[in-house]
Write a protein that binds this ligand. Structure first.
Ligand SMILES: [Zn+2]
Length: 395
């Protein structure tokens, strides 16, 4: 939207710059509201405004401010952003704000990559492997974002993620593009929750990679509630040089897990954990958090014994680990009750699941008697859940 608004309270964006670092990596950076934000990868990145506008449009709207771009913006992106803004207003009440940008003097971005590939955002989770399996013929690259569901300062975890995902990509015969960003550390970006903001972060990353990408696919989540990577929202981040789409939004997790079972690469590389309750352990998945255990149980329901020896999970007994889980938060209890109702679940595991549901309910009904360590854990899980329930994270 090219517009003027004489009384607009604006947030100023500097001219995006691309530089090659001493490490050989390329860094696309910009200052938004005086705070530095970057994307960094081992390939040249697209130094246009759309990566930054995609990430910061919704937070700007939530603040009822205008984001000022010093350079012309792709007309297609601006046209699509009207639909994006209308949807955000309808869903979340972000009723004001927008983009202020110079009029286009000449067709911008005539340098659309001749090798316009299709990339799939890939975290190694259930959603990502399901999309990879279904969309493999049209995918050229896998994309992993560092700084999305792990912190950039956690170099050990980053190295583990890299090794695992590079191995998965090689097994699938695809290149893995790793791109790091500090978006989540930016104070303006953090003005709205990750639940609403993550679609803009994924779109921004895809735009940054659009020197070689012509299309990017985001794996849909089970939820069709309004969220940042909803199938109705993501396409509205598209520009003339880049098309964005969601694959398999609303598809039940059980259905995706069936695909995983038929895919040896997925079973060898599955990465679902973002809690990592066993810090110091080298396992990709801690195997003891609610998400890890729920995923393993769902796999057991579909094929008894399949979780024995999964290389990315700890090797000790599943029923023992279930016994050690103190409780589950109320918002995931329906998923666990559904697991408990599966006749294919081995009786010893079903017994543990039922006991877990009972002790969780007891704790829920007695919040005042909840021990402090459980209250802390509950707060931690709630915060982590709200931050990470999106397709771009380990799903
Ligand atoms: Zn875990």
């Amino acid at each position: 939207m090219n517009c003027s608004h004489p009384r607009a309270r604006t947030i100023v964006m500097s001219v995006p710059t691309l530089q090659q670092l001493a490490s050989g990596e390329w860094q696309l950076s910009c200052a938004i509201g005086g705070h530095h934000v970057f994307f960094r990868a081992e390939m040249p990145l697209y130094a246009g405004p759309e990566p930054f506008l995609s990430a910061f449009l919704l937070p700007t709207m939530a603040m009822r401010r205008y984001l000022t771009s010093p350079v012309p913006v792709c007309e297609t992106w601006l046209r699509n952003s009207r639909a994006l803004r209308a949807r955000a207003a309808d869903w979340w009440g972000f009723s004001s704000g927008g983009i202020l940008a110079p009029e286009v003097q000449a067709p911008p971005h005539a340098d659309v990559g001749t090798e316009a590939h299709t990339g799939l955002f890939f975290s190694g989770g259930v959603d990502a492997f399901h999309s990879l399996s279904a969309c493999r013929p049209r995918i050229d690259k896998l994309i992993f974002i560092e700084g999305a569901d792990t912190t950039l300062s956690d170099t050990t975890r980053r190295e583990q993620d890299r090794r695992l995902l590079q191995s998965a990509a090689a097994a699938a015969g695809l290149d893995l593009v790793i791109i790091a960003t500090n978006l989540r550390e930016h104070p303006l970006f953090r003005r709205i929750g990750w639940w609403e903001a993550h679609g803009g972060a994924l779109a921004a990353t895809a735009h940054a990679l659009s020197m070689s990408l012509g299309a990017a696919i985001i794996s849909g989540s089970v939820s069709m509630q309004p969220h940042g990577s909803h199938p109705d929202l993501i396409p509205t981040y598209s520009s003339r040089r880049l098309r964005l789409d969601v694959y398999a939004g609303g598809v039940p997790r059980w259905e995706k897990l069936r695909t995983i079972l038929a895919d040896p690469i997925a079973l060898q590389h599955l990465r679902v954990c973002w809690v990592h309750q066993t810090d110091g352990d080298n396992a990709m998945n801690c195997g003891v958090c609610e998400k890890c255990l729920r995923t393993l149980l769902q796999l057991e329901c579909l094929e008894s014994g399949v979780t024995h020896g999964l290389p990315t999970f700890p090797a000790d007994r599943l029923d023992e680990r279930l016994r050690r889980l103190k409780w589950i938060p109320p918002h995931v209890a329906p998923l666990w009750r559904h697991i408990a109702g599966q006749t294919s679940l081995p009786p010893s595991l079903r017994r543990q699941v039922c006991q877990l549901l009972k002790r969780s309910e007891r704790i829920r009904r007695s919040p005042l008697r909840m021990p402090p360590f459980l209250m802390d854990r509950y707060r931690h899980l709630r915060a982590a859940w709200s931050l990470h329930r999106h397709p771009g994270s380990a799903g």
